[in-house]
Design a protein around this ligand. Structure first.
Ligand code: SF4
Ligand code: SF4
Length: 435
């Protein structure tokens, strides 16, 4: 019997390289000093509510949200605030960070668990605990839980379609009960009739674990197998694959009755409601050919990248390190150095040598492959040309704002043109121009 898994049109099939898929999640020891970014979500940076010398515990509020589209930040360890400094973030910008000296006692400052919470109580708990989309976007979850129209489906992204990354896969396999519990709470928060968790077909163990957890749940939660294809986890593609509904350009999944979130976010929501835990740690994959001790780790937010490198370097030397990426190779951000710290959205750190790093770009040969395979039906080649000519008005005519920066065009381009970088530049210039 042949199974036909759900999917979307176009896209690509990069090598999965899920080297760490079988490696269980382990807790990484926290360092002596952590630096917690105040801008690790979409929206206004959080505002510090502590100062140098203050004592904090695990879960203490250290920075409050600066408006509705913003998120609270909590201490990942117990100890003392060492200072508030500016440093680089994994996304390439800079932000204020609260530095905390770890006393290694891990005394806690959690909220009381909620039993049988109402939709309002779930939304408020999500806001209090600073939960954001942990798949990479970092959109504050309490904002997503207040859609304008009626929502009938809550969709959970368990596709983890980016090559190399396996932390969501391990979370779904090892903590399936909490992922399903989170899905149940999220569906309740928006009044959806059902929650559906989409899992790619290369994660059979995770799918089976979720299916068992769904059977144990009294709520309407279902795990659905998706075809392994990139970018299966992108919001609009996931909505289409799971429901057949098309989200028009410029619209949101909420406009077609769906809210989408990542499985790690669902896990964080379950912990916030059932254990009173703010978001102060996350699962993260460390991989790539230049990593000696590859694996999936629970890491506290604010852990510096250079500390993670030391913990996982093994026998590898930095002399052979050509590229470090935060996130996956398709959508992630190459790092200039290892000074940034883990944010709520940091799903992986990849250490690449010569073989895995991208090749040098050559002239476009007009093959049209980038246009044929773009899941959003855009013309990346023409956008890049407009950017090179500094004609940003033309990029707008080419619907550059509809690009989800999935990286398929760059991946399929035989000339290795930096198409996504050009698109990001166009979006940034248009935004600054509007300002
Ligand atoms: S143009 Fe944007 S949406 Fe289309 S393939 Fe490239 S990155 Fe993806
Ligand atoms: S895929 Fe690359 S070489 Fe082919 S048209 Fe697009 S930019 Fe040019």
């Amino acid at each position: 019997m042949q199974f036909v898994f759900k999917t979307f049109g176009r896209g690509a099939h990069p090598p999965a390289s899920k080297i760490t898929a079988e490696l269980p999640l382990v807790v990484m020891d926290a360092p002596e000093r952590l630096s917690v970014p105040l801008s690790q979500h979409i929206g206004a940076p959080a505002v510090p509510v502590v100062q140098q010398g203050d004592e904090v515990r695990v879960g203490t509020l250290i920075a409050d949200a600066a408006g509705f589209v913003s998120a609270r930040v909590h201490s990942p360890v117990s100890g003392r605030v060492a200072g508030i400094v500016k440093r680089r973030t994994p996304s390439g910008g800079t932000s204020l960070h609260i530095e905390i000296d770890n006393d290694f006692n891990y005394t806690e400052d959690l909220l009381p668990p909620l039993s049988d919470p109402s939709p309002e109580e779930i939304r408020e708990r999500v806001r209090e605990c600073g939960i954001v989309g942990m798949g990479g976007a970092g959109f504050p979850t309490h904002v997503k839980l207040a859609p304008k129209g009626k929502t009938d489906l809550f969709l959970l992204n368990g596709a983890e379609c980016e090559p190399y990354i396996t932390c969501d896969c391990r979370l779904m396999t090892e903590r399936a009960g909490e992922v399903v519990r989170g899905a149940e709470l999220l569906a309740k928060a928006v009044g959806a009739e059902k929650a559906v968790i989409g899992v790619e077909s290369n994660k059979r163990e995770a799918f089976d674990a979720l299916t068992r957890a769904c059977a144990d749940s009294s709520a309407a939660v279902e795990a659905v197998m998706l075809r392994t294809k990139y970018p299966q986890g992108a919001e609009k593609q996931l909505v289409f694959a799971l429901t057949g509904r098309r989200v028009p350009p410029g619209a949101l999944p909420a406009d077609v009755g769906c809210v989408v979130d990542n499985v790690h976010t669902a896990y964080a929501v379950a912990r916030a409601v059932d254990k009173g835990e703010p978001l102060f740690e996350r699962a993260l994959t460390v991989s790539g050919g230049e990593t000696g001790e590859k694996g999936n780790f629970f890491v506290r937010i604010g852990t510096p990248f250079d500390y993670i490198r030391e913990k996982t370097r093994g026998e590898r030397s930095d002399d052979d390190l050509v590229k470090v990426i935060s996130g996956g190779p398709m959508m992630g951000v190459a790092q200039a150095d290892l000074t940034p710290c883990v944010a709520k959205t940091t799903s992986s750190l990849l250490f690449f040598g010569e073989k895995e790093a991208a090749e040098e770009p050559t002239q476009c040969i007009n093959c049209g492959r980038c246009i044929r395979q773009c899941p959003m039906k855009l013309a990346p080649r023409d956008i890049e040309r407009a950017v090179l000519a500094k004609d940003f008005a033309r990029t707008e005519e080419l619907y550059v704002s509809s690009c989800m920066e999935c990286g398929v065009c760059s991946y399929v381009c035989p000339a290795k043109r930096p198409l996504v970088q050009a698109i990001r530049l166009a979006k940034k210039s248009l935004k600054e121009g509007r300002r």
